[in-house]
Design a protein around this ligand. Structure first.
Ligand SMILES: NC(=O)C1=CN([C@@H]2O[C@H](COP(=O)(O)OP(=O)(O)OC[C@H]3O[C@@H](n4cnc5c(N)ncnc54)[C@H](OP(=O)(O)O)[C@@H]3O)[C@@H](O)[C@H]2O)C=CC1
Ligand SMILES: O=C(CO)COP(=O)(O)O
Length: 323
């Protein structure tokens, strides 16, 4: 919708023909954005080859689980290199790959000019209503980041650039883990102090892992780090927060996911982050506690007690080596 309102000839691809027809004919997407009116010029296609025909840029917005499958399908229908910009937030369990790494692995060189990531505090429910939103476009090649910035930027949607792809992708993925935990504490009936603690100490552990993976620590105080962490931990729009909230109220993970009807990326990412923390030797206590709730049957209240009862620490001892 942002691209279409900027005057770009833009086609959405949907794997369901009826959803594509609804978007093109009624300018609505009632299942995912109830009540929103999409730009008149925005059209959708069910046929992938038709959707990408003539495209110079492809924005990948499928949930992380579907990225490999869609990249493979694109190899079969593209006949020249295009610039990719992805907006998906996650890390692949087991391979521990970031989304741009998964895409690099799957996309044929002949169809991929480069890959950028667009990430930041940007609930779709607010973007579609033209409410002020700021995000970051990152790419190894800054020319690619600037192209994405130029395509998306308008009076309501402000885009910054960054060359730290690792930091932007790690921040966007891991904030969902902390948002699930923030939902859990709200569901348990705790207040703003607990939420602020999770955001602040969550940022510390995201930064620790990100730096171990090669990110610039400063990126985590930016839009794709702290910005997205705040928006996801504090908003009722957040699916991750909502899912955590239900877990805190005593629902099982299965019950929660069955009732959502939308992707809750943080669940899959918690698994990947837990594995990464072990592999990199980086302590991630909040992630560990959430992993135990999601996958080991631990009770949320017991995990809060465990976190609060950890050994004494100096607040900034981990920051010492980050000059
Ligand atoms: N919503 C938001 O505000 C934001 C979301 N993101 C990120 O964007 C990504 C997508 O999230 P979002 O759109 O909100 O998720 P939703 O669950 O709201 O919608 C997912 C959409 O992707 C389709 N889809 C699911 N799996 C596949 C697949 N394998 N192949 C093709 N299409 C598929 C679904 O189709 P169907 O209906 O047929 O299942 C549906 O149209 C996530 O990684 C999320 O973290 C990033 C920024 C903001
Ligand atoms: O990433 C988002 C906002 O920036 C959306 O978060 P949820 O997936 O938790 O809804």
């Amino acid at each position: 919708a942002v691209l279409a309102s900027n005057g770009h000839d833009c086609t959405l691809w949907s794997r369901r023909a009826e959803q594509a027809s609804e978007i093109t004919e009624s300018h609505t997407n009632e299942q995912y954005l109830p009540g929103a009116v999409l730009p008149e010029l925005l059209k959708a296609e069910h046929d992938l080859a038709k959707a990408v025909s003539g495209a110079s840029v492809i924005v990948m917005a499928v949930p992380t689980k579907g990225i490999r499958e869609v990249c493979r399908a694109l190899n079969g229908v593209l006949d020249r290199p295009v610039l990719f910009a992805h907006v998906s937030k996650g890390i692949e369990p087991d391979t521990h790959k970031r989304i741009s790494e998964v895409m690099e692995e799957e996309l044929d060189q002949a169809v991929c000019e480069g890959i950028a990531v667009l990430s930041g505090p940007s609930h779709a429910e607010e973007v579609i209503r033209n409410q002020p939103t700021t995000v970051t476009a990152a790419a190894k090649d800054m020319e690619h980041a600037r192209r994405v910035q130029d395509l998306f930027m308008n009076q309501d949607f402000r885009v910054y650039t960054n060359d730290d792809v690792v930091g932007v992708e790690i921040g966007g993925a891991l904030k969902n883990v902390i948002a699930l935990a923030a939902g859990v504490t709200d569901g348990l009936g705790f207040g703003d102090n607990a939420k602020a603690a999770l955001i602040t100490r969550g940022l510390a552990e995201i930064t620790r892992l990100g730096v171990a993976m090669g990110a610039n620590p400063l990126t985590f105080s930016g839009l794709s780090g702290l910005g997205d962490l705040i928006v996801t931990c504090t908003s009722v729009h957040s699916r991750n927060w909502r899912a955590g909230n239900m877990l805190g109220q005593g629902k099982t993970l299965e019950e929660v996911l069955d009732s959502m009807g939308m992707v809750v990326e943080g669940v899959r990412t918690t698994k990947a982050a837990h594995q990464l923390s072990v592999e990199c030797g980086v302590p991630m206590p909040i992630t560990e506690a959430l992993y135990a709730v999601l996958f080991e049957g631990e009770k949320p209240r017991d995990m809060v007690d465990l976190l609060m009862g950890r050994m004494k620490k100096h607040e900034t001892e981990d920051l010492a080596g980050w000059s």
